[in-house]
Design a binder for this molecule. Structure first.
Ligand code: CA
Length: 146
């Protein structure tokens, strides 16, 4: 091998190593930026329970957050995020997971249940409403209309 060929080979090898190192650095940076861009640890605090019960899994399948959203998370994405990252009245009135309880009823339940999981719901739907100290049953509402 001539001296010139040796230098070209060495320079080519160094260039290949530099490109590989640069590629590794780019991958690491993109992973860091992506995780920062998609991680929203402050978002559960916007919910009525302040995220104290289920944290990220209130909206996400993965308990650590990110990735696929459950039904409530999908509704929050559709309604809450465009409203400026807010738990809106519309979200409160929805029954995201279709278990027969509104999202607000799930947050108000004792213990709090998951608004995005149909298998998690309050024990029993209240059959009566007691506004301002007056007990009004479902039958009472029906009679009042006629
Ligand atoms: Ca539920």
């Amino acid at each position: 091998m001539t001296k010139g060929a040796w230098f070209r080979a060495k320079r080519h090898g160094n260039l290949r190593n530099s490109i590989a190192l640069l590629a590794v650095i780019c991958v690491i940076l993109s992973i860091m930026v992506t995780s920062l861009a998609f991680s929203r640890p402050w978002r559960p605090a916007l919910l009525p329970d302040k995220g104290e019960n289920f944290s990220c899994s209130t909206c996400h399948i993965n308990p650590a957050g990110g990735g696929t959203r459950n039904k409530f998370g999908q509704d929050f994405e559709r309604i809450g995020i465009p409203a400026g990252d807010k738990y809106t009245d519309e979200l409160a009135k929805l029954d995201s997971d279709g278990d027969g309880f509104t999202n607000q009823e799930e947050f108000d339940a004792e213990p709090v249940t998951r608004p995005g999981d149909a298998n998690s719901h309050p024990e029993e739907k209240s059959k009566s409403v007691k506004p301002k100290g007056k007990l009004i049953t479902t039958w009472g509402r029906i009679k009042a209309r006629h």
